[in-house]
Design a protein. Structure first.
Length: 93
């Protein structure tokens, strides 16, 4: 029987990559948190965290995603015009 550590070492060597198993877990959780598509509860459930305290380790990622969203300019939409207002505007122009 091969241990998980041995199997992971072989996979890393074959793929010619560096890193720990925990790095993959961190990246997975960070990517989900950064996407903004999952609630804190969902992230905790997928990561196996039982407390919000453990999720705080990844909170810096969410803060950056939120800041980027706030800095992102919203496209401006023209307000809807009623048919009556459109007729008035057509007469003026």
């Amino acid at each position: 029987m091969v241990s998980l550590k041995t199997a992971w070492g072989k996979v890393k060597a074959a793929a010619e990559v560096e890193g720990r198993r925990h790095d993959n877990r961190h990246t997975f959780i960070a990517d989900i948190a950064e996407s903004g598509e999952a609630s804190d509860e969902t992230i905790r459930d997928m990561a196996g965290h039982v407390s919000k305290q453990m999720l705080k380790h990844y909170s810096h990622i969410r803060k950056e995603a939120k800041r980027a969203l706030v800095r992102k300019p919203e496209p401006k939409e023209e307000p809807p015009v009623s048919i009556e207002a459109a007729k008035v505007l057509a007469k003026v122009q």
